[in-house]
Design a binder for this molecule. Sequence first.
Ligand SMILES: Cc1cc2nc3c(=O)[nH]c(=O)nc-3n(C[C@H](O)[C@H](O)[C@H](O)COP(=O)(O)OP(=O)(O)OC[C@H]3O[C@@H](n4cnc5c(N)ncnc54)[C@H](O)[C@@H]3O)c2cc1C
Length: 451
Amino acid sequence: MNDLSIHVLDKLVADLGDIPVVTDPKVVRRRSRDFFWYSPVLNEQLDGKSADLIVAPRDENDVIATVATCARHRVPVTVRAGGTGNYGQAVPLEGGVLFDVTALTGIEWIKPGILRVEAGAKLNAIDAELQGHGSELRMHPSTKRTATIGGFVAGGSGGIGSVTYGGLREPGNILAARVVTVEEEPRIIELRGDAAQKINRTYGTTGIITALEMPLAPAWKWIDLVVVFDEFLEAASFGYDAALADGIIKKVLAPITWPLPSYFGALRPYCPEGKSILIAMIAEPSLESFKALLGARGTITLETPTDDSPGQVPLYEYTWNHTTLQVLKTDRSVTYLQCLYPHDRLMEKIVEMRKLFPDEVLQHLEFIRFNGRVTCSGLPVVRYRGVDRLNEIIRLHEECEVYIANPHVYTVEDGSRYKRVDADQLGFKHEVDPHGLLNPGKMRSFVTARP
Ligand SMILES: Cc1cc2nc3c(=O)[nH]c(=O)nc-3n(C[C@H](O)[C@H](O)[C@H](O)COP(=O)(O)OP(=O)(O)OC[C@H]3O[C@@H](n4cnc5c(N)ncnc54)[C@H](O)[C@@H]3O)c2cc1C
C-alpha cells in the first residue's frame, strides 16, 4: 500500500460503480512497470513502485467518471497504455490509480491524408485498417506491434518514418488531440494545430488524451534490406547518401556497428562476422534506384517484403530502441543513450565519437529529419561501468555538441531535451490538472499544494 489509506481506496472503488477495476496486488505491481529496466540507474530508483489499483475505462464517459472520482478523493492517476515506455513514464511514483486506456480503440473517421482515432488504439491495428484506404501512419515506434497511438504521442518521439517526416515534434505531425481534464468536473479540450504539442511527450501529465487526429502517408509495399559493409563508417556514409536522396522513398536507414549484429538472433545468418550493417526499409518502386546508389559500396544479404503480421519479426524490430533490446536479451551488462548529431557536421562528429569511445559506446544511428535537416539520432549501446562513467560519457558527448536526451532519468524536463518542442506544457498542466494528480513527480517544474 502506498500513501493512500485503504479507506480512501474503498470509497473510490465504490464510487466507480461498474467501471472495471483490478485490485489483485500481483497484477497491479506487474502492470505498474514498463521498460525502465533498460537503465540500471532507473532500475534501482523505480523498482518496487506500484499503483494501488488498475481502473480500465470502457469509453470516454468512463474516463470522465473515473477522473472526476479521483479528483474528488485526491487520488493520483497514471495512464498506462501499451506499457512500452523506456523511462518509467507509466510507473506511478505515488501509487493511486493505474489508468489502463487500452479499451479506447475506435477509429472515428478516415479521410484522405488524415485519421481520427481513439488514443488506446494499437499502432499495428491502425495501420492494418488504413491499408484498405491506401494510407499508413507517417511514422511509428519500433514497438508498433504493442504500443498505442496515445502512448506514442504522450511518451515517444519518432521512429520508423522519421527519416522522411521527422519526429512527432515537427509541425504538422500531430493535427489535433482531445483531452479530458482531471478535476471534480472534468472538461473536454480540443487542441488543434500547434496547440496539440502541449500533450506531446509529457508522459501523461497534461490531461488524459482520448482521441488524436494524425496525418497520413501513402501506403507503400516496403522492402526490408540488410546491407553489409566492411567498415561502420562506410555504412554511415552510404546511409547519409541514401537519406539525402529525396527521390528514394524510405522508412528506415539504420547503420549499426559490429559487434552489435552478433546479438541479432534470427538475423545473424545475414550479418557476416566482423561486418557492420545498414538496415533499410525502401519502397518497392525505389529499390532499383537504391541499389544503383549502393553500387559496389556494400552487399545486400537480405531483401524481403516487410511482414509484421502475427508470428513474424519485421526488420524494424532490430532498429530504434529494439537494437538495444536485441543485445539486452543476452547481455544485461549494457545500456544505451539517445543522441542528436549536429546536421552540419554529421560525419565529422560520428568519426569523433567513434574515436572517443572505441569499444565502450557501440554505435547505432538512425537517419532522421530534424527541423527539416537530415541528420542522425544515435542510440548507441553502452557498456555500463557505473553511473559516474555514464554521466561522464554524456558530458563528453555534449562537450562535442552531440546532444543527449538522457534515458536514465524519469522527469519530462531532464529526459526529453531536444525531443521536446517549445509549447507551454507547464502552463497547460496547471490548466488541466490543478490538483497535480496526473503521474505526480514526472513534471519536475510543476508545483502545487494538494489541498
Ligand atoms: C523495444 C522498444 C523500442 C522502442 N522504440 C521506440 C521508437 O522507435 N520510437 C519512440 O518514440 N519510442 C520508442 N520506444 C518507447 C515506447 O515504445 C514508445 O514511446 C511508445 O510509443 C509508447 O507507447 P505505449 O502505448 O506503450 O505507451 P505507455 O508506455 O503505456 O505510456 C507512455 C507514456 O504515455 C502516457 N500515456 C499513454 N497513453 C496516454 C493517454 N491516452 N493520455 C495521456 N497519457 C498517456 C503514459 O502515462 C506514459 O507516461 C521503444 C520502447 C521499447 C521498449
